[in-house]
Design a protein around this ligand. Structure first.
Ligand code: SF4
Ligand code: SF4
Length: 179
């Protein structure tokens, strides 16, 4: 396998600075609306604010990978005396909860670091976080070249998990006939 250079993009989250304002959710869902900026709905955001003001918990979490099945075990974290619920830190689009799923289709949502043409200077959630709870960093790393699943394959895989292969194939066949 050959080595390739890849750019690693990181958003550092400072929990002490987050006040739960949800500006990050608003701009992320607006940026990904179709057409762009035509609506905003936090349920479509690829960052979600886990918020529990009574326990002083404000936790921004980014949407990560799609998973077809939920975990067999769960974790609880206590940090600085604050207890976080099971799954709070998890980034997966998973059947056990509603976050990180497109509300109409149920398709998994994943942060794409605001991929845009021309590229954004920084991800929009970082630009909109006036409390500096989110900081963008970039570095280069070498890695083995591998074949990655395209977004469309991940979306199809989740539809097949949800509705079954036959139903998805029948739907595609029906749509193709209409064209
Ligand atoms: S980086 Fe972009 S896509 Fe990812 S959560 Fe922030 S606004 Fe959304
Ligand atoms: S915009 Fe910043 S302060 Fe507001 S909820 Fe998001 S991460 Fe927290």
């Amino acid at each position: 396998m050959s080595k390739v250079k890849k750019k690693v993009k990181t958003i550092k989250i400072d929990l002490d600075k987050c006040n739960g304002c949800r500006a990050c959710e608003v701009i992320c869902s607006a940026f990904h609306a179709n057409p762009k900026y035509s609506s905003n709905n936090p349920a479509r955001s690829r960052i979600r604010m886990i918020r529990d003001p009574i326990r002083d918990v404000y936790l921004p979490v980014y949407a990560g990978e799609y998973t077809a099945s939920e975990c067999m075990g769960r974790d609880k974290y206590v940090i600085d005396g604050r207890e976080y619920d099971e799954c709070d830190f998890c980034r997966a689009s998973c059947p056990s909860r509603d976050v990180f799923k497109e509300p109409d289709s149920g398709l998994p949502l994943k942060c794409d670091m605001c991929e845009d043409d021309p590229p954004q200077e920084k991800p929009l959630c970082v630009q909109w976080c006036l409390n500096d709870a989110l900081t963008y960093e970039e570095r280069e790393e070498e890695e083995e070249e591998e074949v990655k699943l395209e977004d469309v394959e991940i979306g199809l895989e989740s539809m097949v998990d949800k509705y079954g292969l036959q139903k998805v194939m029948d739907t595609v066949a029906r749509m193709t006939k209409k064209e």
